[in-house]
Design a protein. Structure first.
Length: 327
């Protein structure tokens, strides 16, 4: 439109000779990092100028498609790992079915994770049949600021854990094996500002202390998911609902002197205690009622809700559901 306007006024339009391929490598790699990994890879066919640019992008995002494309996905990641330069990798996201390919997934984790540069790390793993072996250097990444792990399996954590820069931690569907490994993990995250514990299983953990002096936002969700057997990590259908499951709870203590936002949504399978929560100004307390609850269970849940509310002395915004009021 501007060109037509200038022509109508009799003004000449000077065309620019600048092309995208004339931009510096650093700028082009930043552009490619905003694309999907496959699209960034495809740019290598444009010209000789583009052949190696994608190999030094700062983000890798791998998401498996349908089951019919699994072999194609596995082959793509294998070839990618062979030619990609991981020294500049800052963000790594992987979402896939593990199945019988746990050794190969372990190889990917060891190959892609650069302990010096990695800043964001997200895993969404399904269908895990045998334990994954996370590389030890993952848990000592000084630059890591965001860690998100979703997997319906035991979370084996090596020692030591030094997430000195970690600010955002999301753990979803994972199974904590025992108390001895949980304590060092949370003690190794001194700079946490946001923490989400979503449908995690603490069946083998009696108590855990989460010291987070800088924590500002806490989200806890406990869905209909129940506890798992130690032997095969599967739900024991023969276990009595009211019997073993409720008695095998975990005492979870969160110490956050700077906590400002808190949200709980679940049926109080575990006992949560908030210390240093006087600064919370925005809180949500939702209770998911179960058909098998008896009078004693209502009293226990009511006590948990009351404990939460008693600790929110300065709350300005409070969302509380009807069931929570009932109990």
């Amino acid at each position: 439109m501007q060109e037509e306007h200038h022509e109508e006024e009799g003004e000449g339009v000077e065309e620019s000779d600048t092309k995208i391929c004339d931009l510096p490598d650093e700028v082009l790699q930043l552009i490619l990092s905003s694309l999907s990994t496959k699209d960034a890879f495809r740019t290598s066919i444009l010209s000789k100028r583009w052949v190696g640019l994608w190999k030094e992008i700062s983000k890798i995002e791998l998401e498996e498609g349908g089951h019919e494309k699994r072999e194609q996905f596995l082959d793509f990641v294998r070839r990618l790992l062979q030619v990609f330069d991981c020294s500049n990798l800052k963000k790594f996201f992987l979402s896939c079915e593990v199945g019988e390919d746990a050794p190969q997934i372990n190889q990917w984790l060891h190959g892609f994770i650069n302990p010096i540069e990695i800043e964001e790390f997200k895993l969404d793993l399904k269908g895990i049949e045998e334990p994954l072996v996370f590389p030890d250097h993952l848990f000592t990444c000084a630059a890591l600021t965001k860690f998100q792990l979703c997997m319906n399996h035991i979370f084996q954590i090596p020692s030591p854990v030094h997430f000195v820069g970690l600010k955002n931690l999301i753990l979803e569907n994972i199974i904590f094996p025992d108390s001895s490994t949980r304590q060092p993990f949370f003690y190794g995250c001194p700079c946490l500002e946001e923490l989400a514990l979503l449908n995690c299983s603490w069946v083998n953990v009696k108590s855990v202390w989460i010291p987070s002096p800088l924590l500002q936002k806490l989200i806890i969700q406990e869905g209909a998911r129940d506890y798992y057997d130690d032997d095969d990590n599967t739900l024991d259908d023969d276990e009595d609902d009211v019997g073993g499951r409720i008695s095998n709870f975990c005492n979870i203590v969160i110490n956050g002197n700077n906590l400002k936002s808190f949200s709980y949504d679940g049926d109080f399978k575990n006992v949560y205690s908030l210390y240093g929560s006087a600064l919370v100004i925005d809180a949500v307390v939702k209770v998911q009622e179960r058909e098998w609850w008896d009078e004693g269970r209502y009293i226990d849940v009511g006590y948990s809700v009351f404990s939460f509310l008693k600790g929110l002395s300065n709350v300005e915004k409070l969302h509380i559901c009807g069931v929570a009021l009932l109990v």
